[in-house]
Each structure stands twice: as structure tokens, then as C-alpha cells.
Design a protein. Structure first.
Length: 589
């Protein structure tokens, strides 16, 4: 019997089993909503596509959501595995075949988790058995009937992101089974339904459902903003698995069909069909200032998206210096005015010095150029002036990457501020220092820990900004401005020097951390950076390597936290790209 003709209603009673008494009630959790994102082989063609998938996951995390990423095998992988199995006599309904074929999804899930970890996301990957979907029926066309969600719920409680394989499940005998071709759609819909979520987002290589193939019909094809279940079964058959649509209708789960990095989507639900103009994001002209650790990573990502970004210039101090990233011919310059004369739409600034970068910000904003900066020293110099210059120029200035690297600290502070008055912000803000303290806690000598930080690309040749607390103090000034609207003087933020003597004074490294705090008491804002043990603060005590973390406490006692890699090329470049993505989406992209 064809998969689309199976009677799903006979499974209806078992689909909605009562929750166990100790099960987590995710629908009632007010702290973080859950986004179920499905990535098919049209967007996850090969491991080279993982950075773009990670960026999609990251943008949901940075706006306060926990993410369940459901992934398909890489393009062609399922057919290859099926072919290999069938060549050895694995005909249809061979119970051993699914165990082999589902390796494609599990491999993609593991690699996606590795990609998430690279940018500092707190991630866990599950296998088909750990995911806990129990299905019934033919081993290649099974239907989900029950959800053993304990491992997924535990993973969600402990992590920001959980990556799971689609397409596979287990039957009542514990054997792996498949959910039919395109079954990753069904996995995503089923998981969202069982977690009592009202929508699921399917990421495709098109920006929604069309009434005809836009690759063939071109501009004649119309994109649906909304469409009902019946229409979806007619027009979306090649885009969304039919059984997934039927499950979504039964469970009243809205299916969003969208492209990577886009906000707009086609919504499949109960509403009557309605078309809307297709979005055609323009190509953004980007000028890059700085091509070191962070700038080099940003350049690689920019060059990997020629459909969306055109690099019009790269500003460096010494054009003759060898770099680990190739700068395309004709783009390199040592003249800031020459860079801006290329008339970019946005300046991405990743220079190592504060004052020259701050002057470049001002010149760009005066010319009506958006600014995205990863430079805490430059941003902290004059935050009100920077905001005023952006408003006067009719453009935006973004600086999420300037604080916390890949950890969305600024977004967390802004989200907390919208919910109440902030009383205190405390954070581990310097990835280099935390990396060194972690090495020291494992018995390394101070000079060796510093050498390791340099070798890992975290510490500069002159590490004084990190070790003397200047870096943490600059970030703390930015957080104080975001939390309290106050501009603090750098000289009013005390900070100790981290050196071998300081470690000795604290009785060895142990759980020592460099922590920045800013508080408001009796209307006054005070801030300081300190070296202190974190025996009681599990959030900070558990940080390893270059990871950073932040806690925001409201006056009513509620607290909000975030964590991530606070240094390194890829976490910081990811944060820059998130700011760029917000700019693109702000203009309808």
C-alpha cells in the first residue's frame, strides 16, 4: 500500500499518550520557547553546507529559543546506502536494512553538532534510538505511534541545541525502522506535536510553497503566504512529505516552509490560500576592515555566499603580510577612505585597535553606511555618540560580537530588560583569560598557559589587554550601557592583573575565574572586574577553555543566563554574521 494512503487515524489514540508524572512540561515553561527546525538534503547537501545550517540554528538561539534540529542525510547519501543494502539482497521489508540506511541521518546529525560546537553553541546530538520515536508498520514505511521522550527532554533541559536524525524510529521489538522517503519532515512534525508545540519550521532550498515550480515557471509562479491542508496536499507534494502534512493536520501543527536565513515563510494550516510576493533579497556590498583571526573568518563566510554578499574591499594595515585566508585580487587596501569610496552598504569592522576603529565607524555612519563591529574597545569609547551618529545617518550599528564572542550576551541583556528592571549583571567575559585559568587549574605553569593561548589563536602577542582586565572592563561598559543606560568611565572600573603572583595569592588556580559585575543600588551604577573563586557559582565554575557565561538578575529575582565560546575565529565570526543577517532581514530579505 502506498505510504500516502495509510490510514493514520487508527493510530490516533496512541499518538496522544498521557505524559509521565515526572515528564517535563515544555509547553508551560516560560523561560525559553522551543523551535523545531528541520534541515533536508536540499539545504544540507554536504558537510560544506553545515556553517549555513549552524547560522540558522544560532539566530534562533540568540533570540532566546531552544532548538531541536532535525536533519536529513546529505544529498544522495540515502540512495547510496539503500543501493548498497539492496545489492546484498536487502529487498523491501528486510528488517536489517533500516539500521544501515539510517546511518546517513546519524552521520549528518553528528557533524551538525560538531559545527554547532565550533561556534560555541551548547549542543547535544542524539541517535535514532535515543530520540525515542516508536513506530509501527512496514519497516521502510512505518508510522509513529508513541514517543519515549525522556532522553530528549533531559537533553533540552541541559543544552541550548539538540540535534537529532530524521527518517528513523524503532518498532515495538526495538528494531530500527524508516518513516518513508521524505520522512525527516514527519519526524519534525511528530516531535513538535508530542512536545505540544503549535508550529514546526521546515528549511528548504526555496522560500516557501509555490503554485508551480519557480525554477521552471520563474516569475509566473506565485508563492503562498498561507495555504490550507487540502491545497498543500495538491501543490506541496514534492516539497513536504504527504504523511507529514496529514499528521500536522490531525495534530493542528502549523507547518512553516522557509529558506535559510529568511523570516518569511509559507504557513500550512487551517487558513484559506493566500499568495504573497516572493522575496528577492538584494546583494549587499560589504567592506571589511581587518583580516586577522576574526576578520579572516568573516571573509571566508562572505566569500561563501556570493548570492547575498559582494565584498568590495578589505582594509589591512600591511597588505604585504602573509595571511591564512586568501584575499581576492584587487580588494586589499591600507587606506580607510579608499575602502569607504567603494560605496559599501555595510562596514564590517574587526580591527585590533580601538581609536582608529572608532573613527572609521563615525566616517562610515556619516556616509550612510551600516556598521557591524566586533571591536569592544572601539564600541565602548562612546556608545551614546555611536547611537546618535547611526540615527543621524539613517543606518544601524550592531556590535553583538564585541561582547562574549559567540555567546549572545547583549541579546540576553536586552531580552531581560524588556521583562523587568535589571539589578545585576555578572559574567565571565574574557575567553583568553578563562582558557588560561583552565590550563592553570590542570597544573600548567603560567608562561605555558599563556603560550597555549597564543597557539590556540586566543591571545595576542601583547596580551596585556586580557591579563590586565582592560578587555573585560570594555565589555562590562557595553553591558552596563545595555542594562542600565549608563555610560561608565573606564577609570572607574577596578580590575586586577592576572599573573603568576596573583594565582599564588589566591592559593593556586582551582576554580578561580575573572568575573565582571555591574550593579545598580540606590540609583547608582557600579562596576568592577575581579579574580575570585567560584565554588558556589556553578554557571562559572563549570566553564572550560575559552567559554564565557553571563547571568542577568532582575529586581524581582528572576535570572537569565547564556554561555558560549568567548574567543576564537568561528564563534566571533558567527556573531558578526548574525548581525549581518538581521540587517538583511530588516529590509525584507
Amino acid at each position: 500500500m502506498p505510504a500516502q494512503d495509510l490510514d493514520l487515524k487508527r493510530y490516533d489514540q496512541r499518538l496522544k499518550r498521557p505524559a509521565a508524572p515526572d515528564a517535563l512540561n515544555w509547553a508551560a515553561k516560560p523561560v525559553a520557547t522551543i523551535a523545531v527546525l528541520k534541515f533536508g538534503s536540499s539545504v544540507l547537501k554536504s558537510p560544506e553546507d553545515i556553517p549555513e545550517v549552524v547560522s540558522e540554528i544560532y539566530r534562533h538561539v540568540r533570540r532566546g529559543e531552544k532548538v531541536i534540529a532535525v536533519v536529513s542525510a546529505f544529498l544522495g547519501r540515502t540512495d547510496a546506502l539503500l543501493g548498497q543494502a539492496r545489492a546484498l539482497g536487502g529487498a523491501r521489508d528486510n528488517k536489517h536494512l533500516p539500521r544501515y540506511v539510517v546511518q546517513g541521518e546519524e552521520q549528518a546529525a553528528a557533524l551538525t553538532a560538531i559545527g554547532c560546537d565550533r561556534v560555541g553553541l551548547d549542543v547535544r546530538a542524539l541517535g535514532v534510538r535515543e530520540l525515542g520515536i516508536v513506530a509501527e508498520g512496514p519497516c521502510e514505511e512505518a508510522i509513529p505511534v508513541r514517543f519515549e521522550a525522556s532522553e530528549l527532554e533531559a537533553a533540552l533541559a541541559a543544552h541550548e541545541v539538540v540535534v537529532v536524525p530524521g527518517y528513523g524510529a524503532v518498532n515495538e521489538d526495538g528494531e530500527v525502522v524508516l518513516l518513508g522517503r521524505g520522512g525527516t519532515d514527519l519526524t519534525a512534525v511528530f516531535v513538535a506535536s508530542e512536545l505540544k508545540l503549535d508550529h514546526v519550521r521546515l528549511l528548504k532550498d526555496v522560500d516557501g510553497v509555490y503554485d508551480s515550480d519557480p525554477n521552471i515557471a520563474g516569475d509566473v509562479a506565485s508563492r503562498y503566504a498561507e495555504l490550507d491542508w487540502k491545497t498543500a496536499r495538491i501543490v506541496a507534494g514534492k516539497l513536504v512529505q504527504r504523511r507529514a502534512v496529514e499528521f500536522a493536520e490531525q495534530r493542528k501543527v502549523v507547518v512553516e516552509v522557509a529558506a535559510l536565513g529568511r523570516e518569511a515563510a509559507s504557513l500550512i494550516g487551517e487558513q484559506p490560500p493566500r499568495t504573497a510576493p516572493a522575496g528577492h533579497p538584494r546583494k549587499w556590498k560589504v567592506a571589511l576592515a581587518g583580516c586577522g583571526v576574526v576578520g579572516g573568518g568573516v571573509l571566508q563566510r562572505l566569500l561563501g555566499r556570493p548570492d547575498l554578499y559582494e565584498v568590495v574591499g578589505v582594509l589591512v594595515r600591511d597588505p604585504s603580510k602573509p595571511r591564512d585566508v586568501r584575499i581576492p585580487e584587487g580588494l586589499i587596501t591600507a587606506d580607510a577612505e579608499h575602502l569607504l569610496d567603494a560605496r559599501p552598504d555595510v562596514l564590517v569592522e574587526a580591527l585590533s585597535e580601538g581609536p582608529p576603529a572608532a573613527r572609521l565607524h563615525r566616517r562610515a555612519l556619516e556616509r550612510g553606511v551600516h556598521v557591524v563591529s566586533a571591536n569592544k574597545q572601539a564600541v565602548a569609547l562612546d556608545l551614546p555618540g555611536l547611537a546618535a551618529a547611526a540615527e543621524k545617518g539613517g543606518v544601524k550599528v550592531s556590535y553583538s560580537a564585541a561582547v562574549g564572542g559567540g555567546s549572545p550576551m547583549i541579546e540576553t541583556v536586552r531580552a531581560a530588560r524588556e521583562l523587568g528592571e535589571i539589578a545585576e549583571v555578572e559574567a565571565v567575559l574574557n575567553g583568553t583569560v578563562n582558557f588560561m585559568l583552565d590550563r592553570l587549574s590542570h597544573g600548567a605553569a603560567f608562561d605555558d598557559a599563556l603560550a597555549d593561548a597564543r597557539a590556540a589563536g586566543f591571545a595576542e602577542e601583547d596580551p596585556s589587554a586580557d591579563l590586565e582586565g582592560h578587555d573585560a572592563a570594555a565589555k562590562l561598559r557595553i553591558l552596563a550601557f545595555e542594562a542600565f543606560g549608563e555610560v561608565l568611565d573606564d577609570a572607574d572600573i577596578p580590575r586586577p592583573v592576572l599573573d603568576a603572583d596573583a594565582v599564588t595569592r589566591h592559593g593556586g588556580c582551582g576554580t578561580l575565574r575573572q568575573i565582571g559585575r555591574c550593579v545598580r543600588e540606590d540609583g547608582e551604577v557600579a562596576a568592577w572586574v575581579n579574580l575570585e573563586p567560584t565554588l558556589e557559582a556553578r554557571l562559572f565554575r563549570s566553564l572550560r577553555g575559552e567559554r564565557n557565561a553571563l547571568r542577568v538578575v532582575l529586581k524581582d529575582g528572576r535570572s537569565f543566563v547564556c554561555r558560549g565560546r568567548g574567543a576564537g575565529r568561528w564563534p566571533t565570526a558567527e556573531s558578526v554574521f548574525a548581525d549581518l543577517g538581521e540587517l538583511v532581514r530588516s529590509e525584507g530579505g
